[in-house]
Design a protein around this ligand. Structure first.
Ligand code: 5GP
Ligand code: ZN
Length: 117
């Protein structure tokens, strides 16, 4: 199934829940995190429901590539491609993943320490 009726990010992709969408195409949708961790904090999600990184192989390499390329594109649009940014994919309980629809956190606009946590 491509869309899960109870999934928050499926609803945002379908415009059935509000979000500040900054980019979309036939593969991915990108919108501002509701609780930004930095001046730029955008979530990039596949338009079809994929639970997490562990399930991405089943969705195919094209989608994997589209997600990464969209992250770089959004970084450019948000003006952080030169200053730098971080892309995070939380996966599973230890990572703190809350929303079970794959999402790339694009974070930037300030200097970040590494590692985190
Ligand atoms: P996770 O911990 O699953 O990797 O991150 C989920 C992210 O989704 C969090 O950073 C959280 O702030 C964000 N989030 C949760 N609910 C909403 C929402 O309704 N709208 C938006 N735009 N972001 C959300
Ligand atoms: Zn979903």
């Amino acid at each position: 199934m491509d869309s899960h009726p109870e999934c928050l990010f499926c609803k945002i992709v379908a415009r059935a829940a509000p979000a500040q969408i900054v980019y979309h195409d036939e593969w991915v949708t990108a919108f501002r995190d509701i609780h930004p961790a930095a001046p730029v904090h955008v979530l990039i999600v596949p338009n079809r429901h994929v639970a997490g990184l562990n399930e991405l192989a089943e969705a195919g390499t094209d989608l994997a590539a589209r997600l990464l390329l969209a992250a770089a594109d959004v970084a450019h649009r948000e003006g952080v491609h030169q200053s730098g940014y971080r892309v995070i994919i939380n996966t599973g309980a230890d990572s703190g993943q809350i929303v079970l629809h794959l999402h790339l956190h694009l974070i930037g606009g300030q200097h970040m320490r590494y590692p985190i946590g």
